[in-house]
Design a protein around this ligand. Structure first.
Ligand code: SIN
Length: 298
C-alpha cells in the first residue's frame, strides 16, 4: 500500500462533538474567544492582579476544563500575584531539575538567549514521571522575541477520540512507565542521578487516562518521559508509543499561541501536550511557570 493510502483525510468527526460541547454553555462573567474548535480560548475582562470573585473564578475554571488551555493578555502582575492565581487551583510544585526564579522555588524560569537555546520543542506533558503529575501550569511571558517562540498545545482528548476502534481496544488497560532520567538524567553525574532516582523512582501510569473532573479519556504517553509499555516487547512498545505520540502532531487537535509580554497561558496538563517552538534564537525569550500538583492518573 502507498504511504498516502494509510493516511486519514477529510473531516475529523471526533472534533465535532467536543466543539459542540464547548459552544453549548455561554459565559457571563468573562469574555471568551476560542482559538480552535476544541483547544485554546483567549479570556478577556479579567485582571489577574485584582480580586477575582467566586463567580468569575468558577467561569475561568470552567473555561479551563472545556478548552483545556486558556490565555490572558496584558497581565502585568507581580510574582506574588502569579503564585496566588495558581494557588487557587491547588498546591504548587517545586521542580527538582529546572532552574527556579531567584528567591522563588515554586517558579520555573525559562531564560533563553544567545547562549541558551530553547529545547522545549518536543511534544510533552509536564512531569509525567511524578506519581502525581501536574494538574496544569500557569506560564507568563516576561520577555518575548520580536517574532517566533510561539507555544503549541495539543488536545489529547480529541487525539484519543480520533483513534481507530481497533487501536482504542488495543491500548485499553495498558500501563506505561514514565522516567525523569530520559531527559533530565542526561546532565547529571552518576551519584546525583542515583540520588534522584531514589527520590523519584520511575512510575507506571495508564496509557489512557480518565480526567478526574470531566471524565474524558485522553492519551497519556509522551515523547520525553515515557520509556516503555509495561509487559510489552521492546520493539512493539517503541512502535506503539511512537504511534500514540504522533497523534499530538495532528493540526486539527492543536492551537498555537503567539506571545506578547505579560501574556499568560494556563494549560490542563491532564489533557494537553505542549511544544515550545524554538525558532527565535539568538533573540531572548524569558518565561516564568508556576505548576499546580494534580492527582494520580487513573
Ligand atoms: C514548557 O515546556 O513548559 C515551556 C513552554 C514554553 O516555554 O512555551
Amino acid at each position: 500500500m502507498s504511504r498516502v493510502g494509510t493516511l486519514q483525510f477529510g473531516p475529523r468527526e471526533c472534533v465535532r462533538h467536543l466543539r459542540e460541547q464547548n459552544e453549548r454553555t455561554p459565559y457571563q462573567r468573562i469574555g471568551l474567544r476560542p482559538l480552535s474548535p476544541t483547544i485554546g480560548a483567549e479570556i478577556s475582562g479579567v485582571d489577574l492582579a485584582g480580586v477575582i470573585d467566586d463567580k468569575t473564578f468558577a467561569e475561568i475554571e470552567r473555561a479551563h476544563l472545556a478548552y483545556k488551555t486558556i490565555f490572558f493578555r496584558d497581565q502585568d502582575i507581580t510574582t506574588e500575584q502569579h503564585l496566588a492565581f495558581a494557588r487557587r487551583f491547588g498546591e504548587l510544585e517545586e521542580h527538582p531539575f529546572l532552574p527556579a526564579k531567584p528567591g522563588y522555588q515554586m517558579i520555573v524560569r525559562f531564560a533563553k538567549d544567545e547562549a541558551v537555546k530553547g529545547v522545549e520543542n518536543i511534544w510533552h506533558s509536564d512531569v509525567s514521571w511524578r506519581e502525581r503529575p501536574a494538574l496544569g501550569s500557569v506560564l507568563r511571558a516576561v520577555e518575548v522575541p520580536r517574532v517566533g517562540g510561539d507555544t503549541l498545545f495539543s488536545d489529547m482528548v480529541a487525539a484519543y477520540q480520533g483513534l481507530s476502534g481497533e487501536l482504542k481496544a488495543r491500548i485499553d488497560g495498558l500501563k506505561a512507565v514514565h522516567d525523569f532520567a530520559q531527559s533530565f538524567g542526561a546532565g547529571l553525574d552518576p551519584k546525583t542521578l542515583a540520588e534522584k532516582r531514589k527520590e523519584f523512582p520511575a512510575v507506571e501510569h495508564p496509557v489512557v487516562r480518565t480526567h478526574p473532573v470531566t471524565g474524558q479519556k485522553s492519551i497519556y504517553v509522551n515523547a520525553i518521559f515515557t520509556s516503555h509499555i509495561v509487559g510489552m516487547d521492546r520493539q512493539e512498545s517503541d512502535d506503539l508509543i511512537d504511534t500514540l505520540c504522533r497523534q499530538a502532531m495532528i493540526p486539527e487537535y492543536q492551537c498555537r499561541f503567539r506571545w506578547e509580554t505579560n501574556s499568560i497561558a494556563f494549560w490542563d496538563n491532564r489533557a494537553v501536550q505542549h511544544y515550545a517552538a524554538s525558532d527565535y534564537w539568538p533573540q531572548p525569550r524569558i518565561m516564568e511557570r508556576v505548576t499546580i500538583i494534580g492527582d494520580r492518573p487513573a
